[in-house]
Structure formats: C-alpha cells, structure tokens
Design a protein around this ligand. Sequence first.
Ligand SMILES: NC(=O)c1ccc[n+]([C@@H]2O[C@H](COP(=O)([O-])OP(=O)(O)OC[C@H]3O[C@@H](n4cnc5c(N)ncnc54)[C@H](OP(=O)(O)O)[C@@H]3O)[C@@H](O)[C@H]2O)c1
Length: 349
Amino acid sequence: MSQKALVVETAKTPFVLKSVPIPKPGPGELLVKIMATGLNPVDHFVQAYDLLPNVKYPIILGCDAAGTVEELGEGVQGYTKGDRVFFVPDLGASSGGFQQYTAISVDHLAKIPSRISFEEAASLPLTFCTAVIPLLAANPVGAGLNPTFDPNVSFKGDSALVIGGSSSVGQYAIQLLKYVGYSEIITYASAKHSDYLKSIGATHVIDRTTVALSALPDTIKTVTSSPIKLVYVAFVQAPEIMEVGYSCLAHGGQMPTAHPAPTKPEDAEATGRKIYGVYASTRIEPNIEFGNLMWKNISKLLEDGVIKPNRIEHVPNGLAGIAGTLPRFEGGSAGINGMKLVLNPQETP
Ligand SMILES: NC(=O)c1ccc[n+]([C@@H]2O[C@H](COP(=O)([O-])OP(=O)(O)OC[C@H]3O[C@@H](n4cnc5c(N)ncnc54)[C@H](OP(=O)(O)O)[C@@H]3O)[C@@H](O)[C@H]2O)c1
C-alpha cells in the first residue's frame, strides 16, 4: 500500500511530493492516518539550510501530527482502531509528519479530547514540549516548577516574564505559568496580540514594536516592583535576546528557554541565576521520564481547558501547500502573526 509524502532527498534540495510505502507499525507502535500536521520553523531551516546536525537524508520532516489509529503493532494495549491521537513524529526516512500515514510508539502520544479538533491538536506537540520541559521538569532538566503535574502547586505572589509570548511556544509558556499560579505574567510581544495573550493568562503586555529589546530590563521596572524570578525566552533567533532575558532575571532566579544549548553566563554561579535549554523531544535523554508523564497528563490539561491550543491558520492543498508556505518563517516569523500553520495531508491533490 502506498501514500503521498513530502520528501527532502538530499541537503538543501527542494521538497519532492512522491508516492512512498505506508509504514508498518512495529512492536509497541501504532500506525496513524495523519489528519493534521503543523508547520514549524525547524522544517524550513532544515530543508532550506540543512540546519540541524546529523540529519540523514532522505528525510520526511513535520514535527506535529494528529490523526486516527489505523493499525496496532504487536503488544499494544489501551488503543483501538479509530482512536484520535496526537504526537511529535520521529523525523526520518519514513517517519515525519509530512505524509499521510506514520508509525509512532505508544509511549510518546496521547488521545485527543473530544472537544479538540485534529487541527487544534496538531498545534501542540513540538511547541508545547519546548515550553513544558524547561519550565516544569525537575532540575537540572528544567526549572522544576511542577515536575509531577500536581494541581495544587502555586507560585502565587511571584512574577514571571515571557519574551516572545505570541510565538506558539510563548503562548504555551504563558498558559503553563498561569497553570502553576504566577500572579504576574508579563510578556514581550507585538501589541496587536494583547487581547489574545491576556485571554490566555498574560497580565501585562510590553509592546515589542515600540519598546526596543535593549530597553526591556528598564521597562519591566515600570510595570512591576516585584523581582522577576522566572524568565522564559520563547523566541531565540533574535540577536541579544538571551542576554536581555538574563538581564531581566532577579538574582537567584531561573531562565528556561527554547534554546537547544544556551551559554551559561560567567556570573551565573555568583548570582545564583540558572539557565535551561531544551531539545524538545520526549524520546531522548534527559527528557524521557518527564516526557512520559507529560504525555499522560496533556489530554486532561486540554480537556479541562487549562491549556488551549493555538489559533489555527489552515494551509490549503495538503502536503502540496507546504513548500510555498514555509518561507514565512524567514526573518523572525513576521508572517506567522500569532497563529499556528496547520494542514491536512489527506487534502493533497
Ligand atoms: N529547542 C527546541 O527544540 C525548539 C523547538 C521548537 C521551537 N524552538 C524555538 O522556539 C522559538 C519559537 O518557535 P515557534 O514555532 O513558537 O515560533 P513562531 O510561532 O513562528 O513565532 C512567531 C512569533 O515570534 C515573534 N517574534 C519574532 N521575533 C521576535 C523577537 N525578536 N522578539 C520577540 N518575539 C519575536 C513574533 O511575534 P509578534 O507577532 O509578537 O511580533 C512572531 O509572531 C523559535 O526560536 C524556535 O527556533 C525550539
């Protein structure tokens, strides 16, 4: 049986839409018919610039998927054909999200609550992991704000800052800080997103179109008199953004980030400030233990409305719409505008 897939055959070559075999689910895996897949900056930067180290070609990209269970691999329990699931696909020659079917281990997925659409579910996997691992996982993986998803954890009275709050990652960081009870959640984002960001938990929005990044540490002091004990840096490509985040952080505070490998500042020990990076996969160490717990808890967080999916912009033409859309991630993702770009591979002409 064959399906349509979008393949990058060798480094820095255009996507090729082609027919490939439908994978067979191995032991402990499900075969999933993908009904929605999200676009992420990494898809563009790998295809166009061969950005990630150790990428093996050919590769099927696509880091977010939601769909229906079609077939159960040997030994799988707790799932039946037709279940709706979402997950971060493993990237590889036959496993990414830019295809109509993929196989995935049951340890790294969750069922989609009935109130959540496939497209909404596909807005979460990679960017939610990017926010939740460095924020909630126990030290030294993350800041340890709530490693067990205890509903009684509260940082009432504390203040936090999210730099890049309108990005997909930033929107989940804001919601997670609200979940663990921060009293003040200040975010640095374009003012056009203010109403939406306040609706998901931000208490103050500092407009990045009128306040230069370099002015952020001083501007925060006009917004709150409380020390900023937690800074989450949700957009990491901009020059100086990590340094500015660190400048906003109170001594003794913690700075989880979306950066895969942040540099530790020289005065970190002396000032008691800690920085955390993330490689947002729950399949690799040191993320596996927390990741397993995260997949067990994420459906309830969605079901209860604690975490709301991103708002969606539907990309037409299924897999055939990807190549023309990914360049919108160039130059700080200005063309993304706070939405998650999602498509349905089954709509591929
Ligand atoms: N480490 C990992 O494993 C991992 C995984 C996934 C993503 N990431 C990283 O996480 C970050 C967010 O990814 P995403 O998919 O959520 O991005 P996204 O949704 O494409 O982010 C788009 C938004 O970023 C904001 N932005 C752009 N430049 C900014 C700046 N200089 N300061 C503050 N905000 C800025 C813009 O906000 P406005 O509209 O408000 O101007 C834009 O709407 C990226 O840096 C990405 O590389 C890391």
